[in-house]
Write a protein of this length. Sequence first.
Length: 653
Amino acid sequence: MTKPTFYITTPIYYPNDKLHIGHAYTTVAADAMARYKRLRGYDVFFLTGTDEHGQKIQTRAADAGLAPKPFLDPIIEWIQALWAKLDISYDDFIRTTEERHKSVVVELFERLLDKDDIYLSHYEGWYCTPDESFWLERELKDGKCPECGREVQFVREESYFFRMGKYVDRLLQYYDENPEFIEPLGRKTEMINNFIKPGLQDLCVSRTSFDWGVHVKRDPKHVVYVWLDALTNYITAIGYGAADEAQKAKFERYWPADVHVVGKDIVRFHAVYWPIILMALDLPLPKKVFGHGFFMAKGGKMSKSKGNVVDPLRLIDRYGHDAFRYFLMREIPFGQDGIFTPESLVERLNYDLANDFGNLIHRTVAMLHRFSDGVVPKPHASEVPEAQLIALASEVVTATEGHMDRMQFSLALTEIWNLVRRANKYIDECQPWRLHKEGQQERLETVLYHMVEAIRMTTVMVQPFMTSAPKAIQAQFGWSDEAFSWNALAFGKGASGTRVQEAAPLFPRLDVEKEIEELTEMTGPKPEVAQKETPKQENTSKDAGKAQITIDKFDEVELRVGQIKTAAKVEGADKLLQFQIDLGSETRQIVSGIAKYYQPDELVGRKVIVVANLKPVKLRGVLSQGMILAASEGDTLTLATVPDSMPNGAIVK
């Protein structure tokens, strides 16, 4: 039986001196999806690479006293070393300087010229060299590049242009007929409103002011514009235009791509220009372009000038690639922006990996050796706790698959951790130590077996995200490859009688203060020159509000997403409601004076924002472990809420 195919790509990266955490984010996401599809039985082709032509490269090489290719080679080696450290399972790494790519770009350009989709004219306008982007006057932001904020140059030169307008109606029709082509949905709206509706300009596709690139065959003084050159890698890498029959067969097998995973800053090139180029070539369009958000630092988007670039290699060296990959995929919903902070990294590694998953494994192994000579026992009759655990596990598998298919990695991991936490709770409920003491041997064996099964199912499902730890856990518990497959995601698929090895914790708990100090030094922005303090002025405005605070003071407040599980009135207190709120890693009791505005029943299930590090107090004798945020105006009060897709426990920043 022929396997279904799945073709996934990252952008081909510009070979900067150092790739930052944002580049790692894109690549780990694509790798997680590729690994997931392989686990589900797909024939996967995963492509990444480097975009090596253009004026910027030529200038940097000249400044270094080198020709472009010798200048690039060590940088490319560094990038490939980073992907190796992250255990990226790409099937091909293409460089646009390779002949298999360049020769096809030359012929492709000639075909488009012959079709009159490309014509010769003059370009006059604004150009951003760092982003290799042309901009109209109306698109500039304060006279600078709207993407990177850097200076633009006014250029005038002879250039070839692609007739974009010829295909606009077809492109919009494709958008309508394929509503999931661009995700998240907001990116599609942005493409239409910002680039297409105002009038899509013909695209400049050649330059004459430099010569490092693919030269136009019939007019060699022209170099193919870097984006037309770069985008074509998605088809040249899988054999488009190749003479070799095997390469041609590869193209027929994998094209069209199932998904191009890109940062939101280059969606325009992939969702507007690239589809139109493919239409002109009479080729099918990709099935999806997913434009994810940015991992930013507190000072905004990462950049060398701000000194806030986070080097992924240093984090991998300190915490290991599994922990780093988990953090990237768990911290923010894929598609949204998020902020990297030392605190968020340490919290994830401590709470999720050390406290939850690591503790589940450690206590299970310890009890197996204490009560069962290190051997997984055979289960006997199940009772209510087993039925509940098995039912939840089944729900988690279904939900995880749904989230993975939609590339909602954070939500998938949230589901998996629901099983981890339920398994820990199952141990606390069943108390194997008590069963042993009371001589309830069959019941003890049943509980131990189900503890192991929960770990097995969890470990199978985390394989797209962590690549070394799952293999180590498989070896530790002695699971066969068959029992460690996605098809074995059900209780009872794991064998009894296997001997479990004792081992050092895979996820040791971190010293919070020490790690935050180290990370702050490692990732923080360069210190600014101290400004002379100006005298304080009294704010006499009626609506002035409270005194201003610094960002450091605000950072002391821990805001988390919580979900109201139960709500009830506090006896003897007309204004108070008592809540049980799920914060992901724990459930808190919180009392709030909002009974005048809400009935308890209408609040159950709502996602709210909780001040999680507020000192506990007693209100009317009832303990309150936090505060729910709300906005008020006169006699109106409204709870501050977040979308249901935001996982419980997510940090609000």
